[in-house]
Design a protein around this ligand. Structure first.
Ligand SMILES: NC(=O)C1=CN([C@@H]2O[C@H](COP(=O)(O)OP(=O)(O)OC[C@H]3O[C@@H](n4cnc5c(N)ncnc54)[C@H](O)[C@@H]3O)[C@@H](O)[C@H]2O)C=CC1
Ligand SMILES: O=C(CO)COP(=O)(O)O
Length: 303
């Protein structure tokens, strides 16, 4: 299969390494990289099967500047929610290509481990089963690719887990212990599912790789940029300083605001995401812990 990857950050280059095992893979980025088959964007756009791996907050402007053609098929590998429009990334891509030309990649997949060829499981989500199978078949033997049609669930799970991962970093940074982290991840998963089901997502998506799998991976490891943001916040650092030190994208910082605003508009109970948003705005993380431990009549569901 000939594949064109757009974006040569950590995840784009990891996918380039992995997919080269079984495919003819080309890659492009706004800056030149010394990678096999690094070509111009113009050359990439002559290919039919593409993978878009840019930070979520630039996807919309990138698509506006580089309109895709009707023959393109795109698998989006980014995770986030556009804060300007409050749209999920599948909603944005559907403005540029028909749904049956789109697939969305989700699941527990640190680029650093994929680049080492370590065993990884992902999910290719599409309403077009044949397209999902085609992209899934492109993955190498060390990456097991499942398929699903729950695009909304996968998109929300992949975005929301980054916000809970920031909370996980805060929890460990404050040395609150294993009991606290377990409670946080369990209640975070319930919150992710509660939010997503309002937009038609399937509960089973949150019990699988896209939800629980990616959440447990990201919210407990220093390999996660979002978890490391949480560690910095627990040390009292400002988010601007943390992101400067990080030098890479931490999607949860933007997704937290998107979820906070969407949840307010739709009256969805999202206590953990709300506290992460408030901490990013300067609230003392220790006060957030106190507030989250307070009983609330909304807490009874899905214990
Ligand atoms: N790193 C990882 O382990 C994983 C990342 N992802 C997702 O993949 C997406 C990309 O993440 P990473 O590659 O890790 O980020 P990164 O920070 O390593 O790289 C981002 C890339 O996007 C490029 N870029 C930034 N602004 C741009 C613009 N306006 N136009 C064109 N290119 C631009 C940068 O030059 C850089 O090459 C994110 O949504 C992330 O959540 C998903 C799974 C794993
Ligand atoms: O999405 C990821 C793993 O599945 C990467 O997480 P971070 O963006 O927090 O590094």
């Amino acid at each position: 299969m000939k594949i064109g990857i757009i974006g040569a950050g950590k995840w784009g280059t990891a996918l380039h390494f992995a997919l080269l095992q079984k495919n003819e893979v080309y890659i492009t980025s706004r800056h030149k990289h010394n990678l096999t088959n690094f070509v111009s964007l113009e050359e990439i756009l002559t290919l039919e099967y593409l993978i878009l791996v840019l930070p979520a907050q630039v996807i919309r402007e990138w698509l506006q500047a580089h309109p895709l053609s009707p023959h393109h098929k795109v698998m989006l590998a980014s995770k986030g929610i556009d804060i300007k429009t409050k749209k999920f990334l599948n909603q944005i891509l559907e403005e540029y290509l028909p749904l049956n030309h789109l697939a969305f990649l989700s699941g527990p997949s640190f680029a650093a481990e994929v680049s080492k060829g370590l065993p990884t499981a992902v999910v290719v989500n599409s309403t077009n089963e044949n397209l999902a199978k085609k992209y899934a078949a492109a993955f190498p033997d060390f990456m097991k690719a499942y398929i699903s049609d729950d695009i909304v669930g996968a998109e929300i799970a992949g975005a929301y887990k980054n916000v809970i991962a920031i909370a996980g970093g805060i929890c460990d940074g404050l040395q609150l212990g294993n009991n606290a982290r377990a409670a946080l991840l369990a209640r975070g998963l319930v919150e992710m599912d509660r939010f997503a089901e309002r937009f038609g997502a399937k509960k089973e998506t949150f019990l699988g790789l896209s939800g629980a799998g990616d959440l447990f991976l990201t919210a407990s490891s220093k390999l996660s940029r979002n978890y490391r943001v949480g560690l910095g916040l627990a040390q009292g650092k400002k988010v601007e300083e943390i992101l400067k030190e990080l030098g890479e994208v931490a999607e949860g910082v933007y997704t937290a605001r998107a979820i906070y605003e969407i949840a307010k508009e739709y009256a969805i109970y999202t206590p953990i995401a709300n506290e992460v948003y408030r901490i990013l705005q300067g609230k003392d993380p220790k006060q957030s812990i106190i507030d989250l431990l307070e009983r609330n009549e909304n807490d009874s569901s899905n214990c």
